[in-house]
Write a protein that binds this ligand. Structure first.
Ligand code: KG4
Ligand code: ZN
Length: 341
C-alpha cells in the first residue's frame, strides 16, 4: 500500500511517497530559504504564495520519482498543525483535492509528532515510549511520547524558540539567514567560555519550560550596550564574533540538554528523541551523545535532511491509518502547539 505525505507548515514545500512497510519511494523538498533570506526570517504571506506556486509541481515530482501513478495511492496524508496558517492551508487544500479526486482517505499529521517520528524512520527501530525534544525555528518543547498516537506536552518555550534565537543572534552578528548553521560555523573558531550568558530555568527541575529571550537580550547588550545603538554600524572583530557565537551556542545547548535530562528523570523513561532544525546542530548532538553515555539513556536523532522540515516524517500517517483515524473534508488547520493528543 502507498500514501503520499504533504508538508507545507512553514517555508518548505515537501511531498514523499511512503509504503506501508515504511519504505520511502520518493522525497521532494522545495526550500524557500532564499526567498526569506533578505528579511532575516520567514514572511508568512510570501511563504503561502510560494507554497501555492510549488505544491503541485512538488506532488507531481514525488509521484514521478516514486515511479507510481496517482491511482496507485491508497491514502493522502497532510500536515495540518501546528504552523503558519496560510502555509498549512495550501498543503491541506491540495491534499483534500487529491483525496476527493482519488476517492481515498485523508490522514492528518501533526508536524511536531512527525519530527519525533523522523527518529524512528531514520534509525529503523522502536523509539516509543520516549521523551521527545523538538527544537526548531518555531518550537521548543518537550513531550512524553507514549506511542505514535499519544503525545503529552511536558514543557515549552514561553517566548522565543531556540531556532528563532539562533536566527536573531546570527542577524545581530551580521550573519545571513538561516542563522543556525552560520552560528555553528562561527562557533567552531570561538571560545564557548568567553562570555557567560544566562541559562533560564536550567536549575529548576520542577519546571520543564524554556525561555530564550533573556539570552538574546544578553547577547544584544554585549554587542551594543543597553542604549539604542543599531547593529547596522556595529564593528566587532572576527574573534569577538566567533566567541559570542560559541558562548551563545553553548548556553542554548546546555539548557536543551539539561532540560531533556530532567524530563527523562521526571518520566522515568530511558529514551530521548530529538527532532527539528536545531537538532542538526553539531554541538547539541555531541553534548546529547555524551550525556547519553554518562547518564545511561538512548539518544536518537535523524540525519540533517530529516531534522529540518521534510515529508518523510509524514510516515507517521501510517500509524494513524492503521488506527482508522481518517479525516473528513472539513479538516481544519491549527497554528498552535500540541498540548496532548
Ligand atoms: O524544523 P525547521 O526546518 O523549521 C521549523 O519548523 O521551524 O527548523 C529551522 C530552524 C532555523 O531556525 C535554523 O536556524 C535552525 O533550525 N537550524 C539550526 C541548524 N540548522 C538549522 N540551528 C542550529 N544549528 C544548526 N546547525
Ligand atoms: Zn519543523
Amino acid at each position: 500500500m502507498l500514501l503520499i505525505a504533504i508538508e507545507s507548515s512553514c517555508d518548505e514545500t515537501a511531498a514523499a511517497v511512503i509504503r506501508d512497510d515504511g519504505e520511502i519511494l520518493s522525497e521532494i523538498v522545495a526550500s524557500q530559504a532564499r526567498l526569506h533570506e533578505e528579511y532575516g526570517g520567514v514572511v508568512p504571506e510570501l511563504a503561502s504564495r510560494a507554497h501555492m506556486e510549488r505544491i503541485l509541481p512538488v506532488i507531481d515530482a514525488a509521484i514521478k520519482r516514486a515511479g507510481v501513478a496517482l491511482s496507485d495511492l491508497d491514502a493522502v496524508a497532510v500536515v495540518n498543525a501546528p504552523g503558519l496558517v496560510g502555509s498549512l492551508l495550501v498543503g491541506v487544500s491540495a491534499a483534500k483535492g487529491l483525496a476527493l479526486a482519488l476517492g481515498k482517505p485523508l490522514v492528518a499529521v501533526n508536524h511536531l509528532q512527525a519530527h519525533i517520528y523522523a527518529c524512528r524512520v531514520a534509525n529503523n527501530c522502536e523509539i516509543f515510549p520516549c521523551v521527545g525534544l523538538i527544537v526548531s525555528g518555531g518550537h521548543t518543547s518537550l513531550y512524553l511520547c507514549e506511542n505514535p498516537l499519544q503525545f503529552v506536552l511536558l514543557g515549552a518555550t514561553i517566548d522565543d524558540a531556540a531556532g528563532e534565537a539562533f536566527d536573531k543572534v546570527a542577524a545581530m552578528l551580521g550573519l545571513p539567514y538561516p542563522g543556525g548553521p552560520q552560528i555553528q560555523r562561527a562557533a567552531e573558531s570561538g571560545n564557548p567560555k568567553a562570555f557567560r550568558f544566562p541559562r533560564s530555568y536550567k536549575n529548576d527541575e520542577s519546571n520543564l519550560n524554556f525561555s530564550f529571550s533573556g539570552l538574546k537580550t544578553a547577547v544584544r547588550y554585549e554587542l551594543v550596550g543597553t542604549g539604542k545603538q543599531s547593529f547596522a554600524d556595529l564593528d566587532i572583530s572576527e574573534e569577538k564574533r566567533c566567541d559570542i557565537a560559541a558562548s551563545f551556542q553553548e548556553a542554548v545547548v546546555d539548557v536543551l540538554a539539561t532540560k531533556a535530562h530532567q524530563a527523562l528523570k521526571k518520566t522515568g523513561l530511558r529514551t530521548l528523541c530529538v527532532g527539528g532544525g536545531v537538532a542538526a546542530n553539531a554541538a547539541l548532538r555531541m553534548r546529547l551523545e555524551s550525556d547519553a553515555t554518562r547518564f545511561g539513556f538512548k539518544f536518537y536523532t535523524a540525519p540533517l535532511r530529516l531534522c529540518t522540515d521534510n515529508a518523510v516524517m509524514g510516515a507517521i500517517a501510517w500509524e494513524r491509518y492503521r488506527a482508522g483515524l481518517f479525516e473528513s473534508l472539513d479538516l481544519d488547520v491549527h497554528a498552535g502547539l500540541l498540548r496532548a493528543q
